[in-house]
Ligand binder design. Structure first.
Ligand SMILES: Nc1nc2c(c(=O)[nH]1)N[C@H]1C(S)=C(S)[C@@H](COP(=O)(O)O)O[C@H]1N2
Ligand SMILES: [Mo]
Length: 539
């Protein structure tokens, strides 16, 4: 009897100790993160280990995994990555706690290795300041100290509990002190200390993050920035916007505009220190300040941007009014030399895109350096202070955000970020059409209903959109009046809907008379194709 009971409670006790050790480890992990955030706020804002390790992971994970992440999590791919990293930190620090309790100083050593790895991830990133190593080092020291102290308390509790059990077993009749007297005191000490340390870490860490975000001075500079009035503005023709509930608005508000980039933290560039360098195969290297750029004269352009990762029927496409300067005017200052056929545009974070030189110098194409989006300076996440926008080319080969450099070169000599990662060096947008309403999985009452959406063929223009219901004849949809050939158009087809589920397909014809590609293609290497065929349910 006694032996069996003893074994069970022995197991229960071990469970309690292991859990407590894991808790001590997680709290030490929190101390590490909080101390690092605090130091990062004080000496080097870019030196947050979670973000640095995350950026490192983004750069090294294989392409198919990256695609899986984008298709699974969409816009939230970075949040998913951060959640995953957070979980990894919790698990690793729990293990460090158990190690440190069972075999000190194994846990402290494990934490030191993690600290050293995050130092490596931080100092190897582009554009770090000299003190960037300091936050993870200080964080590592603080975390190790917390781990050491908490696990020592935990072992003290274990020892006094063991001693108490021995005394009560040998002197079963009249114990000298109440059983577990010092043990329960030691237990309380461990939990009180853990609570205080854990709560302080959370408060310090969250405050440091919040202060860092709130005092982001570049956002304040952006808010105050006054751009010169544009010389021309886009006139929106009558009939450019159809009055159909559920259709995509003609102009995508900035807050709803899709965002795709490799930047885990949005670069913060002060326009006062921003410079654009034009170099490479040019007659003379040119350097422009932000004021010099906008002084060249701003004009307004309406251009629809599309991501190569947009699947058929997808949401990675948006239309905006941009203020900018033609890229050809800037290239002309430098004088591209013969033999050059590409411009490698570079972002402050090292990202690059390869754009055919001809797409940037062609008088008939409005390739621009944009400084404003829908009436305000570019939002930070859309490339503040300057980005490129080229009608007719996917974003990854043209729309470089946080632009700092244009290098005139050749496709043979240079390649861009996505080229060795499975995407084509050149990628014109495959023109396409999308059904916005009725939405898949949302039933609509029978009667006369609009089937509507958008279609785009940047730089060529949309001539017609055709709709087929239940694989019947192709019917001409009504188009909105296009702003220009660089923007999408809205389309609508009125239909007398009868109850049941129905297939609706859509396809576009561009102004060259070409039919949208029917053959389905995945997004890699140069963009998806195929006709969207959606299921709608009528009740
Ligand atoms: N610096 C930088 N610019 C970039 C990218 C990037 O990863 N880094 N991604 C490109 C891609 S793939 C697209 S589709 C567009 C998206 O622009 P948006 O986020 O403003 O919609 O930006 C392009 N410019
Ligand atoms: Mo993209």
């Amino acid at each position: 009897m006694k032996a069996i009971g003893g074994t069970v409670s022995e197991r229960g006790r071990r469970g309690v100790y292991i859990t407590s050790a894991a808790v001590a480890g997680v709290i030490s992990g929190l101390v590490f993160l909080a101390a690092t955030e605090l130091m990062a706020l004080l000496v080097a804002r870019e030196a947050s280990p979670v973000l640095a390790v995350g950026s490192f992971v983004i750069d090294v994970i294989p392409q198919p995994l990256k695609e899986l992440a984008i298709t699974t999590f969409g816009e939230y791919d970075k949040i998913a990555l951060l959640v995953g990293l957070g979980l990894a930190v919790v698990i690793a620090s729990a293990i460090a706690g158990v190690l440190q309790t069972a075999r000190p100083p194994l846990g402290v050593i494990a934490l030191a290795i993690a600290g050293a790895l995050s130092v490596a991830a931080i100092v190897t990133r582009a554009g770090v300041t000299p003190l960037a190593f300091l936050p993870p080092v200080i964080g590592g020291v603080a975390g190790a100290a917390a781990l050491h102290v908490l696990c020592r308390r935990l072992r003290a509790w274990q020892r006094s509990a063991l001693a108490a059990r021995r005394t009560s077993e040998s002197a079963s009749s009249t114990p000298v002190s109440p059983p577990g007297g010092t043990a329960s005191l030691d237990r309380r000490r461990f939990f009180v200390l853990s609570g205080i340390v854990g709560a302080s870490a959370v408060i310090v860490g969250l405050t440091a993050r919040a202060v860092s975000a709130a005092t982001s001075s570049v956002e304040a500079i952006r808010q105050r920035l006054r751009l010169p009035a544009p010389r021309s503005s886009v006139s929106i023709p009558a009939g450019a916007e159809l009055d159909v509930p559920g259709i995509t608005p003609l102009i995508t508000p900035n807050a709803d505009f899709y965002r795709v980039d490799t930047a885990l933290t949005v670069p913060a560039i002060d326009p006062a220190t921003w410079r654009l360098v034009v170099d490479g195969m040019v007659d003379q290297r040119v350097e422009l300040s932000f004021d010099q750029l906008v002084a060249m004269g701003l004009d307004e352009y309406a251009i629809t941007l599309t991501c190569v990762s947009n699947i058929v029927g997808g949401e990675l496409v948006g239309n905006a009014l941009w203020l900018g300067v033609p890229v050809r005017d800037i290239l002309r200052l430098a004088g591209p030399q013969s033999g050059a056929d590409m411009v490698l545009s570079r972002s402050i974070d090292g990202y690059t895109a390869s754009t055919p030189l001809s797409a940037l110098t062609d008088d008939g194409l409005d390739a621009i350096l944009a400084v404003s989006m829908n009436g305000e300076p570019l939002p930070l996440e859309h490339g503040f202070p300057v980005r490129m926008v080229v009608p007719g080319l996917y974003g990854y080969v043209s729309a470089t955000k946080w632009l700092t450099q244009l290098t005139v070169t050749t496709f043979e000599k240079d390649e861009a970020y996505w080229t060795p990662r499975g995407y084509s060096a050149e990628a014109p947008i495959k023109f396409s059409s999308r059904i916005d309403t009725p939405k898949l999985g949302k039933s609509v009452p029978a009667g006369r209903i609009p089937i509507a959406g958008v279609a785009w063929a940047q730089s060529v223009g949309i001539q017609a959109v055709e709709v087929s219901i239940d694989d019947g004849d192709w019917q001409q949809a009504t188009l909105s009046t296009p702003i220009n050939d660089d923007t999408w158009v809205q389309w609508v087809l009125e239909w007398d809907a009868v109850p049941g589920t129905h297939y609706v397909s859509v396809r576009a014809i561009n102004k060259n008379g070409e039919l949208q590609l029917e053959e389905p293609a995945p997004i890699a290497p140069d963009g998806s194709s195929g006709w969207q065929r959606s299921l709608i349910s009528i009740t």
